[in-house]
Design a binder for this molecule. Structure first.
Ligand code: CP
Length: 313
């Protein structure tokens, strides 16, 4: 199979074959990243722009490292240091940057659809690095890549996503990605943190963690996104923690080899106890490590790379 898209905007629109193509392409990059000399030439002469209108640690750093490992030039612009502060529109910003001949734009924005809007108007490839409550495709791909290392098959894999589902682009991308590969996905949250249109997504819904936990192979924790809430959507953090936090006692109720995941940033002690985050069940730092290889694969494929090409001797 050959990659044919100009952009990567959502997981929803990808086929199972396209998802597997990205995951397979990431595998040799994982090997390259374990070497002493981690740099390879496929994107030599290309320029990647990180355009972040919302804060980020992992995604921005991971795309920067991925682009550098592929020998691309990378430049980063954030809202706080750009002319957006002076009233410039998103489209004018992008057109000006494209006039400088950037080849790829990695974009994070608080508005759903902003990366698609840009992708339809500029020639450079656009990668969605998270748009509002909508999607975070490369987070899903690095999660799938991490799970692939830890499970025999996605077919019938029982995954529980718990926390602020309503405001989570990670949940939405993972629901699409996991179900396309054959997993059975459930979500769990207080009713106010479940999206109103949950019935259009292929998931089971739980409102009680203790009911949902028992037979799951993977438990994926999400933080509460207070920055996206206009008003309080649950009575208190203490009550939320009592009912929905993953701690040692809840870990004992789960399958012995349950896999614990989190996209970061973690609010330790709120949705996830520090002990569990650092336990042998946790693959949270493996997710971060795999983010670089997966993002290398995405940049490589969007640049016209072929999975079967020998990248380096
Ligand atoms: N997981 C994730 O998107 O983290 P950042 O917000 O730090 O990029």
């Amino acid at each position: 199979m050959k990659w044919t898209r100009k952009d990567l905007i959502t997981i929803e629109e990808l086929s199972k074959g396209e998802i597997n193509l990205i995951l397979d392409t990431a595998e040799p990059f994982k090997e390259i990243l374990r070497r002493n000399i981690k740099k390879v030439p496929p994107l030599r002469g290309r320029t990647v722009l990180n355009l972040f209108y919302e804060p980020s640690t992992r995604t921005a750093a991971s795309f920067s490292i991925a682009a550098k490992r592929l020998s691309a030039e990378i430049m980063s612009i954030s809202t706080s240091t750009s002319s957006v502060k002076k009233g410039e529109t998103l489209l004018d910003t992008a057109r000006n940057l494209e006039a400088m001949r950037v080849d790829m734009v990695v974009m994070r924005h608080s508005c759903e659809g902003a990366p698609k809007f840009l992708a339809e108007r500029i020639n450079a490839s656009v990668i969605n690095a998270g748009d509002g409550n909508h999607e975070h495709p490369t987070q899903c791909l690095l999660d799938l890549s991490t799970l692939k290392e830890n499970v025999k098959t996605f077919n019938g894999l029982k995954v529980l996503i718990i926390g602020d589902i309503r405001h989570s682009r990670v949940a939405r991308s993972n629901i699409w990605g996991l179900t396309k590969l054959g997993a059975k996905v459930s979500v769990c949250a207080p009713p106010t943190l479940i999206p109103q249109n949950i019935d259009v997504l292929p998931v089971d819904v739980y409102y009680h963690f203790d009911e949902a936990i028992k037979d799951k192979d993977v438990i994926y924790l999400l933080r509460i996104q207070r920055e996206r809430m206009k008003k309080g959507l649950f009575p208190s953090t203490r009550e939320y923690m009592n009912l929905f936090s993953m701690d040692r006692s809840r870990l004992k109720q789960a399958k012995k080899d349950v896999i614990i995941m989190h996209p970061g940033p973690i609010n330790r002690g709120v949705e996830l106890d520090g002990d569990v985050a650092d336990s042998e069940n946790s693959v949270i730092l493996n997710q971060v490590t795999n983010g670089v290889a997966v993002r290398m694969a995405v940049l490589y494929l969007l640049n016209g790379g072929n999975k079967n090409e020998k990248i380096i001797e």
